[in-house]
Design a protein around this ligand. Structure first.
Ligand SMILES: NC(=O)c1ccc[n+]([C@@H]2O[C@H](COP(=O)([O-])OP(=O)(O)OC[C@H]3O[C@@H](n4cnc5c(N)ncnc54)[C@H](O)[C@@H]3O)[C@@H](O)[C@H]2O)c1
Ligand SMILES: O=P(O)(O)OC[C@H](O)CO
Length: 330
């Protein structure tokens, strides 16, 4: 099968490796010519995954039209907030029955749309053609061939199975699920909780605090999910608890690392200057807060992360606010 990955960052590159290792002819679209050239010449992405060798069936290009020609599975791996503009450019070259796969873990600013909704609207495709891959999937570990599992969510189970088959390798084990909403919310909101976890870590707070953040973070992910029509069981799975724990616990997580910078007292701008990677939760916390408010859902941790990130609130004040709320049943 011909597959294409649009976006040659860390997860896009690691995902192209998975597709190649699973036996698919895979084209990786890179924005910068020097990245495409380096991948074709040296079989590795020097900027994002140095030391990870891509199979000979993975090639790179800067031409999206060339990459998309004949592709049956089209994987989207760009930052959430640029997806709409990127896909508007690519839409005319999509095959009439190609399956579109979202790797993004974010919510669009302004519209509060999930990524699959942005894809449906921008590419003008029906929802049954859009799948989501989400789970505890830190790109560097997977690129190193460490065993991991994930969830392929699609309302059309035949498409979910098509994607599952295309990405099954000795080190990557995908499960199918028809709960697209739950999988997308799990992936997007865990980034916000990981920011809170990183802040707490830098403040020197211990394991009780961290376990509380994970558990109450999962509670607010679940509340939002239920309000939006997700299946509560999804949040007990890989795309819910699995990804939340994996991201919060990992020093490799960009969201946790960004939170650590905030917890050390850096401003948003200072933290952004010292990091050149995509920490999706930083922008998505605004959209998730708006989505929650629009549905009357209480998301206290998300509210406080947004205040620390975008309103300059001291993490100590945010923590005090969280702890001084009225008590309630669990
Ligand atoms: N890295 C991971 O471990 C991981 C795992 C699972 C999911 N994700 C999700 O995958 C998505 C992509 O993340 P990533 O880790 O590959 O990010 P990244 O920061 O490593 O790379 C982002 C890529 O997008 C490109 N890009 C930046 N701005 C762009 C624009 N305006 N137009 C087109 N391309 C642009 C960059 O050049 C880069 O190739 C995110 O939503 C992230 O949450 C990441
Ligand atoms: O590095 P992060 O924080 O973007 O997390 C990466 C993945 O989403 C983990 O599953």
């Amino acid at each position: 099968m011909k597959t294409v990955v649009l976006g040659a960052g860390s997860w896009g590159t690691a995902f192209a490796k998975i597709l190649g290792d699973a036996g698919n002819e895979t084209v990786l679209w890179a924005r910068r010519p020097e990245i495409a050239m380096a991948i074709n010449a040296n079989r590795e992405n020097p900027d994002y995954l140095l030391g990870t060798r891509l199979g000979s069936n993975v090639t790179a290009t800067t031409s999206a039209a060339e990459a998309l020609d004949g592709a049956e599975i089209v994987v989207l791996a760009v930052p959430s907030q640029t997806l709409r503009a990127n896909l508007a450019d690519w839409a005319p070259d999509l095959g009439p029955d190609a399956t579109l796969v979202s790797l993004m873990k974010g919510i669009e600013l302004g519209t509060t749309m999930r990524m699959s909704q942005v894809i449906i609207e921008t590419a003008g495709v029906s929802g049954d053609r859009v799948a989501v891959v989400s789970g505890p999937n830190l790109a560097h570990e997977i690129a190193a061939g460490q065993p991991a599992a994930t969830v392929v969510a699609c309302v059309d189970m035949e498409r979910a199975t098509q994607v599952q088959d295309a990405i099954t390798t000795s080190y990557f084990r995908p499960y199918t699920n028809d709960d697209v909403i739950g999988c997308e919310l799990g992936g997007a909101v865990k980034n916000v909780i990981a920011l809170a976890f990183g802040i707490a870590h830098s403040m020197g707070l211990g394991d009780n605090t961290k376990a509380t953040l994970i558990t109450r973070g999962l509670a607010e992910i679940g509340r939002l999910g239920m309000a939006l029509g997700a299946d509560q069981m999804t949040f007990a799975g890989l795309a819910g608890l699995g990804d939340l724990v994996g991201t919060c616990m990992s020093p490799q997580s960009r969201n946790r690392t960004f939170g650590e910078a905030l917890g050390r007292g850096q401003s948003l701008e200072e933290a952004q200057r010292t990091t050149r990677f995509t920490a999706e939760g930083v922008k998505s916390c605004l959209a998730i807060r708006d989505l929650a408010r629009a549905h009357g859902v209480d998301m206290p941790i998300t509210e406080q992360v947004e205040r620390v990130c975008h309103e300059g609130v001291d993490p100590k004040v945010a923590l005090k606010t969280l702890m001084s709320r009225a008590t309630k049943p669990e």
